[in-house]
Design a protein around this ligand. Structure first.
Ligand code: FES
Length: 208
């Protein structure tokens, strides 16, 4: 896949546009790679006709939340992407409130990676207890590590959150990027809806 841009001779490329193209290419690469893993990891897909297989690979994923302990993060795959489900404790939610003034887009109003309307709030969620976000950094597509508690990571210091090891972007426990970091946006929130208190459907928010 080429990511080059044709420009009139003598004109330097706009770094922001080159950066955006690289980022998009990496995220597409990551998504395609993930779909490959999904096909290997799910043998039942092999027995389906091609169109049924494609449908199953993009289908919404139902997740039972009852097995996630408070403070733990579960990772599920949807469309080849790692989707995090973090069950936040009251203390974790407090840590998010504390950094409202330190994050770049506290209410998720930026549009590069649009946040669904129901997650355009401080906790970026339908239910404060659960963060549901795609675990891919919006800079160049690395996978952030965490969650880290207070003073568990030198770059986060007393704050809690996630660290992208590639270029040092840090995110709070709502997936909001801290100010003055390379990542241009918060971690994406996938479409989702609750089917019951303990069941969530990732990839579909219709009629919710
Ligand atoms: S990929 Fe560069 S900071 Fe995450």
């Amino acid at each position: 896949m080429s990511t080059s841009t044709s420009l009139p001779s003598g004109q330097a490329p706009d770094p922001a546009s080159v950066d955006k193209e690289r980022r998009n290419a990496l995220i597409v690469t990551c998504a395609v790679g993930g779909v490959g893993v999904a096909a290997v990891a799910a043998p039942f897909l092999a027995s389906l006709a091609p169109s049924e297989r494609a449908k199953a690979a993009g289908a919404p994923v139902e997740v039972d939340l009852s097995s996630i302990a408070a403070g733990d993060k579960l990772v599920v795959e949807w469309r080849g992407l790692p989707v995090w489900i973090l069950r936040r404790t009251p203390e974790m939610l407090q840590s998010i409130k504390k950094v409202d003034g330190e994050v770049a887009d506290p209410k998720s109003q930026r549009t590069q990676y649009p946040t669904p309307e129901y997650a355009q709030n401080e906790f970026r969620s339908r239910k404060p207890e659960y963060l549901i976000a795609v675990g891919i950094c919006t800079h160049l597509g690395c996978s952030p590590a965490g969650p880290f508690g207070p003073n568990q990571n030198s770059q986060l210091g007393a704050d809690q959150g996630f660290l992208c090891p590639c270029h040092g972007s840090t995110f709070d426990l709502a997936g909001r990027v801290f100010k003055n970091k390379p990542a241009p946006d918060n971690l994406p929130v996938p479409p989702h809806k609750y089917l019951s208190d303990t069941l969530v459907l990732i990839g579909d928010d219709s009629n919710a």
